[in-house]
Design a protein around this ligand. Structure first.
Ligand code: ZN
Length: 508
């Protein structure tokens, strides 16, 4: 082994110093955005936009500095770096490439168009008028193609867009996964539909009992705390759209909303955001200001929220411990036994048009529908004008229902108005990863379910901390999943889980 002269580490130290500054800028933007959603007075909107825009420009300038690119290039060839250091350089290089390859004129046009498009979408949705949204959506698709071509002219544009949220994921990988899911879900949902029409299923009217927001908050906070969320490094607030934000692993802020006639939806939303928050709080604190500690991808982030919300938060062990406590707070639940409770919270809603309200079984089809539309838009086989027709036809084919208007159909999601194409698959990848992680945790930690039944999340949380949270972006997604579970992403875990669960719940 050659000894490493200490001067050789100077470029790497210089890089970490500059990346640390960039992280501080991103965290400051994070706090300003959180403040805007939660506490900022309405009148400050314009100033706040200016503050965030200025910080974003400073970040962009620093990230595109030519000497930073030289430093990264030099370090890409440095054989003396440790694996973690090399991964940090790799992640920094990815940020640089995705940022600096897009020409400035396109960056400006993009931000102007997305700001405008959001307002246009809000109005079009209010008026239930797709044709009002169509021109600017067409423009966004065109601009996205240009951005993709700027980042990587060799790759198919939709692959470049997918890569933004799921580094390394391509259409070629998604096609067989989604084909397997469809082949399982369509007949499974048909069986559930037939069983539901036959009647005689458990009563679930207790789900719409009215619970005041302050009582929901008290219960929710207890659950969030019991899951291991650290209130010394985070806080819980109320917002219109729940989210997990803040500024790095020491300041992870979650929000929720309370619907008085849907207490379980609110609780389940809190469990979801806490899953995201545990991932952030579990990052490697020694490397918190470096890209290598960041969450691996949107899909892996969603795997953490869905693992808690669905795999754990809809499961028997978790509620064995928690239902008796919930019954102390909510009197109307005292007449609901564990089996009826578990049926109610996992019930399949066969008449639902809205993705965000969808249950575990129908949700992936909402995602696959959007994925197929985006894929065809970017491969040039579908025109924006034809979206409503294609949307409704796919809803009918996959879920057996046709939206009565655009609000409940093609205009329901905010994503396209923000130019976020390629994001939707992450939700379903998250559900697949979650099932696979849970299975591996059960194999490796035999007492995990027994502990959950006693209200003890420690064995599960420790497994997640070790295999997912602390690993950050040290490895590519594939490698992370292989190391944690011994195999690449395998949809059988989710399919077997869902088949067993819904067969049991519906007595199929
Ligand atoms: Zn989420």
């Amino acid at each position: 082994m050659p000894t490493v002269p200490s001067t050789l580490s100077a470029p790497y130290n210089e890089l970490t110093r500059r990346l640390s500054d960039l992280t501080a800028l991103e965290e400051a933007i994070g706090i300003l955005s959180w403040d805007q959603e939660i506490v900022m007075p309405k009148g400050a909107v314009e100033q706040r936009s200016r503050q965030i825009a200025t910080l974003s420009v400073v970040r962009h300038e620093r990230l595109s500095a030519p000497d930073l690119a030289e430093l990264v290039d030099q370090l890409m060839h440095d054989q003396t770096l440790t694996d973690t250091q090399a991964a940090n350089v790799r992640e920094a290089r990815r940020d640089l490439m995705r940022t600096t390859r897009i020409p400035e004129a396109l960056v400006r046009r993009w931000s102007e168009t997305t700001v405008k498009a959001h307002d246009v979408w809000v109005e079009a949705r209010k008026a239930d008028d797709f044709s009002a949204f169509e021109p600017i959506l067409t423009e966004l698709v065109e601009l996205s193609k240009q951005r993709a071509a700027a980042i990587d002219p060799e790759a198919p544009p939709y692959d470049v867009l997918l890569d933004e949220f799921e580094p390394g994921t391509t259409q070629a990988q998604l096609e067989p996964l989604f084909a397997d899911l469809k082949a399982f879900l369509l007949p499974m949902i048909a069986k559930v539909r037939a069983r539901s029409q036959a009647g005689g299923l458990p009563d679930t009217t207790w789900l719409s009992e009215v619970v005041p927001a302050d009582r929901q908050r008290t219960v929710g906070e207890t659950v969030v705390r019991a899951m291991g969320y650290d209130f010394d490094r985070g806080r819980l607030d109320t917002s219109v759209h729940p989210f997990c934000g803040g500024a790095g692993p020491s300041d992870v802020r979650i929000t929720t909303r309370y619907r008085e006639d849907a207490f379980f939806g609110s609780l389940s939303g809190m469990i979801h955001e806490t899953g995201h928050a545990l991932y952030e709080q579990g990052r490697d604190l020694d490397l918190a200001d470096q890209p290598v500690s960041r969450a691996r991808s949107m899909g892996i982030h969603e795997s953490q929220s869905l693992l808690w919300e669905k795999q754990v938060g809809l499961g028997r062990p978790f509620w064995t411990a928690l239902l008796p406590k919930l019954q102390l707070s909510y009197e109307f639940l005292r007449k609901v036994d564990l089996d009826s409770f578990l049926f109610g919270i996992s019930q399949v809603d066969l008449d639902n048009f809205i993705r965000v309200d969808a249950d575990e079984l129908t949700y992936p089809l909402h995602v696959i529908l959007r994925y197929e539309i985006e894929r065809d838009l970017f491969n040039g086989t579908l025109q924006v004008a034809d979206l409503p027709k294609v949307w409704n036809a796919k809803m009918q084919e996959y879920l057996g229902i046709t939206p009565p208007d655009f609000r409940l159909g093609v205009l329901q999601d905010v994503h396209w108005s923000m130019g976020s194409f390629g994001y939707f698959p992450s939700y379903t990848l998250g559900a697949l990863y979650a099932a696979q992680f849970m299975n591996s945790c059960r194999d490796q930690v035999p007492g995990v379910d027994a502990a959950l039944s006693r209200g003890d999340v420690e064995p599960l949380l420790t497994w997640l901390r070790t295999h997912i949270h602390r690993e950050g972006s040290r490895f590519g997604t594939d490698e992370l999943v292989r190391r944690a579970t011994g195999e690449p992403l395998n949809p059988r875990h989710f399919i077997d889980y869902a088949r067993a669960k819904f067969t049991r719940l519906y007595g199929l």
